[in-house]
Design a protein around this ligand. Structure first.
Ligand code: M6P
Ligand code: ZN
Length: 189
C-alpha cells in the first residue's frame, strides 16, 4: 500500500533518510549549505523501498518523498546517481507535489522534465538522474528499476550535475552549472 498523501509505503523492506548533513558537496552554494546545517540538520528526503534479491529479472519499487526547502536559492533535491549497471533504465510516476527530473549523459547532453501528479517519466539507460522539489509541499513519486541496477553516486559527487534548479524572484529557473560537460571518460563503463 502506498499512501499518496504522505508517500509512506507499507510494508516496506527499507527506509532511507537523507538529512542535510549527509549531502555535503551536493548543493552549489557551499556557504549557504553550511549556514543551513548550522541552523538545523533538516530532513531533505526519504525513500521507502522494496528489496528483492539483487538479481537480473527482478524489479525494485520504491516511493521517494522530497520535502520542500532550499539551500540558498537551490531547491531541495536528491543526491543523484548513475546506475552502477549503466545499461539499465527506470520509470517514475509522480503522485503528489511538483518537481523536476534532471537528466544527463556522459556525452554532455542534459535535459529537465516537469513532474506533477499523474506524470510518468522515463529514464533511459546510461542517463544520470536527480529529482528536485520545486513546490511548496512534499514532492512524492514512485520509482521502478531493475533490482541489479545498483547506484553509482561517485560520478555525480565528483563534479555535480550540468543543470541547477533554482528559485529566483519567485520563479523556478534552470541554469547551466559551472561544469559544462563531464570529464572525458566519466560515467562511461
Ligand atoms: C528514486 C530512485 C531510487 C533513489 C531515490 C533517491 O526513488 O531512483 O533508486 O535511491 O530516488 O535518489 P538518490 O539515490 O539519488 O539519492
Ligand atoms: Zn536510478
Amino acid at each position: 500500500m502506498i499512501d499518496f498523501e504522505t508517500g509512506v509505503m507499507l510494508p516496506a523492506d527499507g527506509k532511507i533518510e537523507r538529512r542535510l548533513s549527509q549531502m555535503k558537496g551536493v548543493f552549489a552554494d557551499e556557504k549557504a549549505y553550511l549556514a543551513c546545517l548550522e541552523k538545523e540538520d533538516s530532513l531533505v528526503y526519504e525513500v521507502y523501498t522494496s528489496t528483492p534479491p539483487e538479481r537480473e529479472g527482478d524489479l525494485i519499487y520504491c516511493t521517494s518523498v522530497i520535502y520542500p526547502g532550499k539551500v540558498g536559492d537551490e531547491f531541495y533535491m536528491t543526491k543523484g546517481h548513475y546506475h552502477a549497471k549503466r545499461g539499465t533504465s527506470e520509470v517514475y510516476l509522480c503522485v503528489g507535489g511538483r518537481g523536476m527530473l534532471v537528466l544527463e549523459n556522459p556525452h554532455g547532453d542534459s535535459t529537465v522534465l516537469d513532474m506533477y501528479p499523474g506524470s510518468m517519466s522515463y529514464i533511459p539507460p546510461f542517463w544520470a538522474h536527480r529529482t528536485v522539489n520545486t513546490g511548496s509541499g512534499p514532492f512524492i513519486f514512485i520509482g521502478v528499476y531493475p533490482a541489479d541496477a545498483g547506484h553509482d553516486y561517485g560520478t555525480i559527487e565528483a563534479c555535480g550535475m550540468m543543470k541547477l534548479v533554482l528559485q529566483r524572484g519567485g520563479q523556478t529557473v534552470v541554469l547551466d552549472s559551472q561544469r559544462a560537460s563531464p570529464k572525458a571518460g566519466e560515467g562511461l563503463s
